[in-house]
Design a protein around this ligand. Structure first.
Ligand SMILES: Nc1ncnc2c1ncn2[C@@H]1O[C@H](COP(=O)(O)OP(=O)(O)O)[C@@H](O)[C@H]1O
Ligand SMILES: [Mg+2]
Length: 276
């Protein structure tokens, strides 16, 4: 079978996925988005594609284009859309009864101050379409919130006019990144850091996590809430309320998690996509 790998940047993850496709006896087809075109509705010569574009909007658009040609894309454009915008993700999680931090959104400065009052300081402010912990900020009070929002208002993108405001979860020096599908928890790591932002892209250390039934339950529920697929679920541990989902990633990096857990995540992704 020919299995496409759709990407914009060829990272260790995409290389590992192509190797896994070969190891499983199939033929990887490279689809480099920055040097190709997709004809909507035309036959493309493969029936399964692994969507790996780092740009959310490119991932969403190329997945939708391939779906028009009858390709099964993992993750689907709909799932990518549900994960691309954190506000949509949180909405989907709450709709499905998945525990998440208290969150409010506002489309103006005045609205944002009221939202923060209601959520309760300190608050975390995030871009709705960010990743790698970029521009994720903490405001202890209205004064700090004002500074963050003023910077945000100066950025010429409509995404920054949407203020996503969330209660700050006091975590035990780590978060959990779980890799899960709608059926099972594949593996998970703790992301340990002195700083409250625990993205490994920001220097947090990945450690093998204990796979508890509580973790499996919330990770699978979160995967289902966004429409299923092979997903990276970011989870915070709250001392009183237990596990809370921060966000769900539809195009996940996994090289550190694969290294520390010993789980061949690339192979797991390919097997999931081809239905093996
Ligand atoms: N409400 C919160 N309370 C405490 N820490 C948070 C909260 N939201 C995010 N973080 C920290 O910031 C990191 C980045 O936030 P996240 O929502 O995962 O966005 P990104 O797409 O940038 O990874 C999280 O992994 C977590 O460590
Ligand atoms: Mg994250």
């Amino acid at each position: 079978m020919r299995v496409a790998v759709v990407y914009d940047r060829l990272r260790a993850e995409e290389k590992a996925i192509m190797r896994a496709v070969e190891e499983l006896g199939h033929k990887p087809v490279r689809l480099h988005l920055n040097s190709t075109h997709l004809s909507l509705g035309m036959a493309v010569g493969f029936s399964i594609a692994l969507e790996r574009a780092t740009s959310g909007i490119k991932a969403y658009s190329s997945a939708a284009a391939l779906e028009a040609s009858g390709v099964k894309v993992v993750n689907s454009s709909q799932v990518i859309a549900n994960c691309y915008n954190k506000l949509v993700t949180t909405a989907k999680l709450l709709e499905s009864g998945v525990p998440a931090p208290r969150t409010a959104i506002a489309f103006s400065l005045e609205g944002a101050y009221k939202a923060a009052e209601e959520v309760g300081y300190p608050v975390v402010v995030k871009p709705v379409n960010g990743s790698w912990g970029r521009l994720v900020s903490l405001a202890q009070d209205e004064e700090e919130l004002r500074t963050i929002l003023e910077h945000r208002e100066a950025i010429p993108s409509p995404f920054y006019r949407i203020h996503y405001i969330q209660e700050f979860i006091r975590k035990p020096g780590r978060d959990i990144r779980a890799f899960a599908t709608e059926d099972r928890l594949v593996t998970a790591v703790y992301r340990v850091a002195a700083h409250w932002i625990t993205n490994t892209a920001r220097g947090a250390r990945a450690e093998k996590a204990e796979l508890t039934s509580e973790l499996e339950e919330i990770a699978v529920k979160a995967a289902r809430a966004v429409g299923g697929g092979f997903l990276g679920v970011d989870i915070a541990e709250d001392s009183e309320r237990g596990l809370l989902v921060l966000e769900v990633n539809s195009v996940t990096e996994f090289r550190n998690a694969a290294r520390v857990t010993g789980v061949d995540i690339a192979k797991e992704i390919v097997e999931y996509a081809i239905g093996a």
